[in-house]
Write a protein that binds this ligand. Structure first.
Ligand code: OGA
Ligand code: MN
Length: 287
């Protein structure tokens, strides 16, 4: 049986039907999912309990999985799973200012995952184990539509420009104090340069930017930052956004090549939000 994709409003995002736990993960399924992902940008699978093992299997079928830079957040049995949680290892919820909370709050900035890599990731899969009843939504913005609808004067300015993305930069600019990164780890993540307008393998173009960006290559710093803010504001206007309201057992897969996302604030120091994330490595440089 083929998968079905039920589109959300605004022609952005879709719900997947037909992928229950008995469905064998084979090449045909992955091809259908990959096509759905390119077409819709964000995919939702609702109400299926997914074990950590099955999550890793699903990710592996898509491609190699990234191991994230923050070793203390890796799932004990599956290092490919990133435990994205405000519950400490001692079982209590974090304090607002502690590094674990600061890290999570860092994802409240618009970004695309792992854009700081020379070959950034393809997609992220985020599975909800436990979510607060309000707050903690995730918003996604469609960067194909953002480029298409960008005012012409801005479009001509960004065309041909490159942005510098850096993990060390974005981590240092998190909204509070983080544990220091070792010099060896920092050396593993040197700044990289990617075109601001990305051309995908099917020829379509989108904006490619977000919170790991430190500056515009070859441009005065302040002038570049101002330009980034202007473009980001246009690229994340409400018409371009899908806001996901989580339910337990939701799996959301998003295309990091062509979307931005951000976490919406929630009462991080008292409500539990427990998610498992895997990140599928990219298979082509940004061009
Ligand atoms: C992330 C992220 C969003 C969320 O893990 O990179 O952006 O809703 N998470 O938790
Ligand atoms: Mn993210």
């Amino acid at each position: 049986m083929s998968l079905e994709f039920e589109q959300f409003d605004k022609q952005f995002g879709a719900r997947i039907q037909g992928l229950d736990e008995n469905r064998v993960i084979d090449a045909q399924l992955v091809q259908e999912l990959a096509r759905g992902l390119s077409e819709h940008g964000v995919l939702l699978m609702r109400g299926e309990e997914i074990s950590p093992k099955r999550l890793v299997e699903l990710g592996n079928a898509f491609g190699e999985l990234e191991i994230l830079p923050e070793p203390d957040k890796r799932h004990p049995d599956h290092p490919e799973i990133f435990d994205l949680t405000n519950v400490r290892k001692d079982g209590n919820v974090v304090d607002f200012e502690e590094p674990q909370a600061v890290f999570l709050r860092g994802t409240e900035r618009w970004h695309t995952d792992s854009s700081f890599r020379e070959i950034p990731c393809l997609c992220t899969m985020l599975y909800a184990v436990e979510v607060p009843d309000s707050g903690g939504e995730t918003q996604f913005a469609n960067m194909y539509a953002a480029l298409e609808q960008l005012p012409l004067d801005l479009r001509s300015v960004v065309q041909g420009k490159r942005l510098i993305h850096s993990y060390v930069f974005s981590r240092a600019n998190n909204p509070g104090r983080m544990d220091p990164m070792s010099p060896e780890d920092e050396a593993q993540y040197p700044p990289v340069s990617h075109p601001w307008v990305r051309t995908h393998s099917d020829g379509r173009q989108s904006l490619y930017m977000g919170g790991h960006v430190s500056h515009v290559e070859g441009m005065d710093l302040d002038e570049g930052r101002e330009l980034i803010e202007q473009v980001l504001a246009a690229a994340t206007k409400p018409e371009l956004i899908y806001e996901h309201q989580w339910m337990d057992y939701d799996l959301v897969i998003w295309d990091n090549r062509s979307t931005l996302h951000r976490l919406r604030p929630y009462d991080i120091a008292s409500r539990r939000r427990v998610m498992r994330r895997i990140t599928v490595a990219g298979n082509e440089p940004v061009s």
